[in-house]
Design a protein. Structure first.
Length: 59
């Protein structure tokens, strides 16, 4: 997935998280890495999810 560009941040984060989980499993997922790969600030995932567990539950 490409970088985020003015849209639905939550869904873009979820899509990227799903890609990471498919390729690497839960150990490969961190919110910092997710933000970097998505092209958003490191704080952005925390605005939409309650940490890593929140993202895992949403995916």
């Amino acid at each position: 997935m490409g970088k985020y560009h003015h849209g639905d941040v939550r869904n873009v984060l979820l899509q990227q998280a799903e890609n990471i989980l498919t390729d690497e499993g839960p150990a490969g997922l961190s919110l910092r890495r997710l933000a970097r790969l998505t092209g958003v600030s490191e704080a952005a995932p925390y605005r939409h999810f309650d940490g890593k567990d929140g993202i895992l539950a949403a995916v």
